[in-house]
Write a protein that binds this ligand. Structure first.
Ligand SMILES: Cc1ncc(COP(=O)(O)O)c(C=O)c1O
Length: 364
């Protein structure tokens, strides 16, 4: 493939020696979980995001689930979220026994529309769960209601900023994923929760070790969800490069936007946002045909996401959601196409993608 969707071998190659050194240290001192490397990563990540607490966990999905539990969201509660995200966003709400209530998206940013959130608020609303989709911050400050918590799904947006503050510091708590394709990635599954609230952080910390309050004493039903020492060490090494990588992503995005404007609908960056372009997502006429054409030319394009969350089986069958309820999300699912974007991408590859898209529309 001329332009793969990501290149993880290339991304991790420069760190081989540092990774090997970290592994040797771990093999020598025998701390595999909840040790000094996790503490160091949690401290450095908190400083980077600008929060008081980071709690490392197994995955972004667990970060969402444990955050909801830490915010005391459970049975009988409603959580307002977007119908246009990865399944884990709604899965977390379902896993804690709460009811997902969808609000439609803003067609320009693909993020939750604050007005739609307002219309979805009921006395049962316990939390709002905005997703910073594709690396662009949602308008979290417009989703604040008395007695309603805000949990950010920041899985795709590490390093992004809204009005001078990093995502992860905008709500009551936030969930990050360090899945291998994310902007900051582990060499396997990993995730983290960030918060300023010591009470929320303490609850999340207990939940990740079976709600243990003392050795073999448990005060609730928790999880086994720890970010292990190996991944924490790797993440600490890579965190130092995140700003540089995000800057390169923005540079590629600006070239795409300059060259593709008027050919396809290019991403809109909301005022006050620093976008980190986890994805560079266009809207295109004849999307599926364009995608097939680009794939035949060796370009790894993707559709995130072809099925909106309210139309997934469980949501339809158990909650009665149906087609037509969230027209903007449904339209986006039919029109979006994400182009390859990653820091290791070479300029000729960016140009090749641009030429191919212009060629498809006869605008060379
Ligand atoms: C928006 C969003 N939320 C949650 C997740 C779940 O993260 P993980 O795969 O680390 O469990 C992901 C990514 O996979 C995601 O893109």
């Amino acid at each position: 493939m001329k332009v793969p969707p990501v290149n993880l071998v290339r991304q991790n190659a420069p760190f081989r020696e540092e990774f090997e050194r970290a592994l040797r240290e771990i093999l020598s001192d025998g701390h595999f979980v909840l040790g000094p490397r996790l503490r160091k990563f949690e401290e450095e990540f908190s400083r980077y995001i600008g929060v008081n607490h980071t709690v490392g966990v197994n995955s972004g999905t667990d970060a969402l689930v444990l955050s909801l539990r830490a915010l005391s969201v459970g049975k009988g509660d409603e959580v307002i979220t977007t119908p246009f995200s990865f399944y884990a966003t709604v899965e977390a709400i379902l896993l804690v026994g709460a009811r997902p209530v969808f609000a439609d998206i803003d067609p320009d940013t693909f993020n939750l529309n604050p007005e739609a959130v307002e219309n979805a608020i009921t006395p049962k609303t316990k939390a709002v769960l905005p997703v910073h989709l594709y690396g662009q911050p949602a308008r979290v400050e417009e989703m604040r209601y008395p007695g309603v918590k805000v949990l950010e799904d920041a899985a795709q947006a590490v390093g992004a900023e809204r009005k001078g503050k990093k995502v992860g510091s905008l709500g009551d708590a936030a969930a990050f994923s360090f899945y291998p394709t994310k902007n900051l990635s582990a060499l396997g599954d990993a995730g983290a929760i960030t918060t300023d609230d010591p009470h929320i952080a303490g609850r999340a910390r207990r939940f990740r070790v079976h709600s243990q309050t003392d050795k073999y004493v448990h005060d609730d039903v928790g999880y086994n969800s720890r970010l292990d020492e190996i991944q924490a060490a790797f993440l600490t090494v890579k965190l130092r490069y995140l700003e540089r990588w995000n800057a390169r992503r923005r540079e590629i995005a600006s070239v795409y936007t300059r060259e593709l404007k008027g050919v396809v609908k290019v991403p809109y960056v909301d005022e006050g946002n620093v976008h980190v372009f986890h994805q560079y997502t266009i809207r295109a006429e004849k999307r599926d045909d364009l995608a097939d054409y680009l794939r035949r030319k060796g370009i790894g394009v993707s559709v995130f996401y072809p099925v909106p969350l309210h139309l997934q089986r469980v949501l339809k069958e158990e909650f009665g959601y149906r087609e037509g309820q969230f027209p903007e999300a449904e339209r986006a699912a039919k029109e979006v196409l994400s182009l390859p974007i990653y820091p290791e991408m070479e300029d000729w590859q960016v140009e090749y993608v641009i030429e191919s898209i212009r060629g498809y529309y006869g605008k060379v």
